[in-house]
Unconditional design. Structure first.
Length: 84
């Protein structure tokens, strides 16, 4: 999902951002500094795309928080709740 989120920069930002996206992006960009997201906006665009495609973002956001920046745990979150 990280790759899909990164590539989803062209998703329209007309709807309010889901709180789960805000939570996940805060952890991924600010706390963990995941290189796939150069800034919060790129993460948020990807999250909007993931939501449109049916990803379970509330569960993903919680998983990302619990992963505590562990790269292997973050990949597991992608697999379990993302668009993997």
């Amino acid at each position: 999902m990280l790759l899909l989120l990164l590539l989803a920069g062209c998703v329209p930002e007309t709807e309010p951002l889901d709180p789960a996206c805000t939570d996940a992006c805060e952890v991924l960009v600010t706390t963990c500094a995941v290189e796939a997201f150069p800034d919060v906006g790129s993460c948020q665009s990807g999250c909007r795309y993931a939501l449109q495609e049916g990803a379970d973002m509330p569960s993903y956001a919680r998983c990302v928080e619990l992963a505590a920046c562990d790269p292997f745990a973050l990949v597991a979150c992608e697999h379990d709740f993302g668009l993997d």
